[in-house]
Design a protein around this ligand. Structure first.
Ligand code: MN
Ligand code: MN
Length: 320
């Protein structure tokens, strides 16, 4: 009776269905953890942005609460350009059903700037103005290796999870080059996308750090083992060295974030980048509940909505 013998194979087994559901749920958990982690790091770090480590210690001892203030005089739980530019790129990915064109990214950033963000980097502003004036989707190669393309890369990491490497690379660089065109910025942005995707796949901290060491092998200026990087500037090498030292030297989301923002300097951006990587590792359910609650409620809702929408678009989600 061949028909009967084939039946079990033609119907999905309950165990397979359950496994697919658990994989999907774990991916959504990690994707939401990454987006919420980005917002938490931004909100936590914004209070001490442009302060020195010494000034932070004198004022707060250890700055470990989301309390608002800072040079932007933010309400507690509010976020800055690191998160809101990521939201703009995330919406562009959702509109595109995956990977937006460079022009769609530029349009999204343009609309974001028109909405008068609380802060904006010089290189980002220059890039958006160039798009407005000339309609060119990529900046000319330059020595300007700012961190603005890296801080907003998370939506691409989520939407292209499980895609072909060249697709991930092209999408990462297309969004980056709207404003930044520099080999160091390119390398760091590709590395952060890679680290997030490794964490989404369940690779754990060892796999994430292996990516950091690969970055250093390719671009030795990112070497992070050694002298402690304090008061990191908006130069991507400083930013990444502070982030990688904090991830390398601490255990868990909270310890990494407290370490990196208390170094001062561009603390909302180091917090945002460390937050997205660590958040992808621990997942939404692994985030410190107090910090999660302290993020403004509308920001939290957007994080969950966008991260869920993006990961559901990813080839790696459908394949799970
Ligand atoms: Mn910012
Ligand atoms: Mn910043």
């Amino acid at each position: 009776m061949p028909a009967l013998a084939l039946a079990p194979r033609s119907l999905p087994r309950a165990a397979d269905e359950a496994e697919r559901f658990v994989c999907g749920a774990m991916l959504v958990n990690r994707a939401c953890g990454a987006m919420l982690g980005l917002a938490i790091g931004d909100a936590l770090g914004a209070t001490v942005e442009f302060m020195t480590a010494r000034e932070i210690a004198a004022r707060y001892g250890s700055h470990d609460r989301i309390r608002g203030g800072g040079w932007l005089r933010l309400p507690p739980g509010q976020v800055t350009d690191d998160t809101t530019m990521s939201f703009a790129l995330a919406e562009a990915c959702l509109d595109a059903g995956g990977v937006p064109t460079a022009a769609a990214c530029a349009d999204a950033f343009d609309a974001w700037m028109r909405a008068k963000p609380v802060d904006i980097g010089n290189t980002v502003r220059r890039g958006i103005v160039r798009w407005r004036l000339h309609g060119s989707v990529a900046a000319e190669p330059s020595n300007d290796a700012g961190n603005g393309a890296t801080m907003r890369c998370l939506p691409v990491a989520l939407a292209t999870f499980g895609a072909e490497p060249h697709t991930v690379r092209d999408a990462t660089l297309a969004q980056a080059r709207v404003t930044h065109h520099n080999p160091l910025t390119d390398a760091a942005t590709l590395c952060v996308v890679d680290m997030v995707q490794v964490a989404l796949a369940g690779g754990g901290i060892g796999a994430v750090l292996a990516r950091a060491h690969a970055l250093v092998a390719a671009q030795p200026r990112f070497a992070f083992r050694g002298r402690r990087c304090e008061n990191p500037s908006g130069f991507i090498v400083d930013t990444m060295r502070a982030v990688l030292q904090a991830i390398d030297g601490n255990d868990g989301f909270a310890a990494v974030l407290v370490d990196v923002v208390n170094r001062g300097g561009d603390a909302d951006t180091t917090g945002a980048i460390a937050g997205m990587i660590m958040g992808a590792l621990v997942g939404e359910t692994g985030l410190p509940p107090d910090w999660r609650r302290q993020v403004a409620v509308q920001v939290r809702r957007d994080c969950v909505r966008l991260a869920t929408g993006l990961i559901e678009l990813a080839p790696g989600y459908a394949a799970g």
